[in-house]
Design a protein. Structure first.
Length: 461
């Protein structure tokens, strides 16, 4: 069977006023379908809804790498050709199921996806499968995913991977689904042209409203004058000439036409405002990272004569498991930092930590909470929906942590795989913010384009 259908899917958080999804239906064809959307739009929620309906024949490989896959031990000990080939291509050790906690997140991700492919389910849902992966491993993984011949659902911000695998793309936005029989880049280009056209129409409607408001005000003033002219109130009973003139004006309807024109203008104005409310808003996006001054903090020295100065911009790269994350994590924990000295975003966030991070914002004073939520909005997420949720997405959690760090104007920013879990618009906003940042920067990333744009020194592990 080359078609899968899911109907009447709905989901609402317990304390939320609005539904994330309401009575949606989906149709999948054999091969890979991409799922795109901003952080918190509901991509992972959609995956879990589908899993509820297809638990007997579906396999879900989640974003986070906290727990080992249930079938990992069976996969790492299997002696058949498929298992041996996958372990060899993705460099997976036979003892990885027993030492999961000691693996890097890149190694965990490789094992997670390999175990999913080995299970060979009818429906495979891969949620951000290239997070944490170095370039060589990503190439092996892409080829392995290409060979999968079932129904694949790929949730990713990786544009290259989406284009390489997917002939169809689902865009999630404001609780709605827009499914297109196009690869991601083509479909996204279509949507962007449509969005620009809609925004242009919105601008034209705004101008029309301003014009109608001016005309309405002019007509209102004329109508008010006409009402005064047509009123016999206050006239002397003996002033027959004035009463006769007003009578002739009422009969001819000359002055009353101003009132009719005003009524028509008011109707047009209401219609124009209604159209404007339904038109998309361009929405401002982008944040600024201000650097505080801590002259006694620098230079920060490391072994091998490496050091970080006040304005250093260092990129760290290397294969999975080479020690990059251990290095920056130990650096972040190497001293007691004063408030504002350091903004550190780790590579991976556990779901429990994500919920606690959101709770810390929900209990803030209104002015601080407002600042955080305005930054969240400028990174492309809906603050209202986020505050209503009990469990933020991993992308939203990264945005919250970034916003909390910005409050203190950090002297040094340390980020481990900062593009993981973030949607494409947010990655671009973050990149622009870091370009303008005037403090010290230490970035761990496999995204060479990201590092090239932001760093002037590379430390290879």
């Amino acid at each position: 069977m080359d078609l899968l259908e899911f109907n009447n899917l709905s989901f609402t958080y317990d304390k939320a006023a609005d539904a994330i999804f309401s009575d949606i239906s989906l149709r999948f064809y054999r091969g890979w379908t991409g799922v795109a959307g901003r952080s918190g739009a509901g991509k992972t929620t959609l995956a879990k809804l589908i899993m509820r309906s297809a638990a007997t024949f579906a396999y879900y490989a989640p974003q986070q790498t906290d727990d080992a896959p249930e079938n990992l031990e069976r996969f790492t000990s299997a002696a058949d050709k498929d298992a041996i080939l996958l372990r060899d291509r993705l460099k997976i050790g036979g003892d990885w199921s027993r030492r999961w906690d000691s693996l890097s997140h890149g190694e965990r991700k490789r094992a997670q996806i390999a175990a999913a492919l080995y299970a060979n389910p009818r429906l495979l849902i891969a949620d951000e499968p290239t997070n944490h992966l170095d370039g060589e491993t990503k190439a092996f993984l892409t080829n392995a995913l290409k060979r999968y011949d079932g129904f694949g659902l790929l949730i990713s911000h990786d544009r290259e991977l989406l284009d390489e695998l997917c002939k169809r793309t689902i865009f999630i936005e404001n609780g709605g689904l827009d499914m297109r029989d196009r690869a991601y880049s083509v479909a996204a280009g279509e949507r962007e042209r449509e969005r620009r056209g809609a925004i242009k129409r919105r601008d034209l409607q705004s101008k029309e409203i301003k014009k109608l408001e001016r005309l309405t005000q002019t007509r209102r003033e004329k109508a008010e004058q006409s009402d005064k002219h047509l009123s016999k109130r206050g006239l002397s009973a003996k002033d027959s000439d004035a009463r006769e003139r007003i009578g002739r004006a009422i009969v001819s309807g000359k002055d009353a036409s101003d009132t009719k024109i005003l009524s028509r203008l008011q109707s047009r104005l209401r219609q124009a405002k209604s159209r404007l409310e339904s038109a998309p808003n361009a929405g401002a996006i982008g944040v600024t990272i201000e650097a505080g001054r801590y002259p006694k903090l620098f230079p920060i020295a490391f072994e091998n004569a490496r050091e970080i100065g006040t304005h250093s911009r260092v990129g760290i790269t290397g294969r999975n498991g080479s020690g990059k994350s251990r290095f920056v994590d130990s650096f972040a924990k190497s001293r007691v930092w004063e408030r504002g000295e350091l903004l550190y975003l780790p590579q991976e966030i556990k779901l429990g930590e994500a919920a606690l991070t959101l709770k810390s914002v929900q209990t803030m004073k209104n002015d601080e909470k407002g600042f955080i939520m305005s930054l969240i909005a400028r990174l492309g997420s809906d603050p209202k929906a986020l505050l209503q949720s009990a469990q933020p997405s991993l992308g939203e959690t990264r945005k919250i942590m970034l916003a909390l760090g910005l409050l203190a104007q950090p002297a040094i920013v340390v980020m481990d795989e900062p593009t993981n879990h973030l949607d494409i618009a947010s990655i671009e906003a973050l990149e622009n913010a870091l370009k303008a940042y005037n403090g010290a920067l230490l970035l761990v990333s496999h995204d060479q384009r990201f590092l090239s744009a932001l760093t002037d020194e590379i430390w290879r592990f």
